[in-house]
Design a protein. Sequence first.
Length: 262
Amino acid sequence: MEKYSMLFDTHVHLDRLPAEMDPISEVAQARRVGIGHFLVPGVDPRDWHALLSMVESIPGTLAAPGTHPLASASWNSEFAAVLEEMLSRESVAAVGEIGLDGSPGMPAAAVQEQVLREQLGIAIAADLPVVLHCRKATGRLLEILRQESAHRVGGIWHGFSGSLETARAAMGLGFGLAFGGPLTWPGARRAPQVLQALPADWIVLESDAPDLAPSPFRGQTNRPSYLGVIAEQVGFLRHWSPQTTARITTANALRLLRLGTE
Ligand SMILES: [Zn+2]
């Protein structure tokens, strides 16, 4: 019981905080308010080495190197080989964040899809879970996850804002749903409803710091310690005590990321 009492931030960009925020003291501050586990996803392959050295120097943190759809143009066969090799490091828990982003200004869909497929293949070959990013491309992402047999590894669907139907499809493929700051924003409608309707075993937390700060910090730089506010909101919506929220969501994160019981 005790070992599950710390919250798990399944998505925090500790390597992309603004210069005035020191990741070591941010993690220390987060620990003081009950956050004990941090998964740091990759964005651009050119930053993976820095990402790994950072997590290897901060206890309680793990990396999920990968290529974000916005950085698809950086991907090449050399980085594929680097990624394959990195996945054997003890500091690496998953491949991420990978997926599709249909927002304006993003790389061409065909390029994003190819980079996604290759990284899914690498994760499956290494038998490691993946961290998904999806914006305005839900149907296509689900289709590719099925085609590439992503259920063999599963993982976490980061920043989940989809419908209950999409959540069910994701869970069916072995993906937990991560909720963050937007859940706390005034006017949030669908995310709270979906959260309330989900089976408890598939809910995890994320800060996505330095982006998407929860209320009342919305619009400011998000900090790892603000995950506590998100956990409170999840507890409120699910009628869970703070300790129950921590116990359930941390156990879910450990299971989905196949980290055992720590
Ligand atoms: Zn992210």
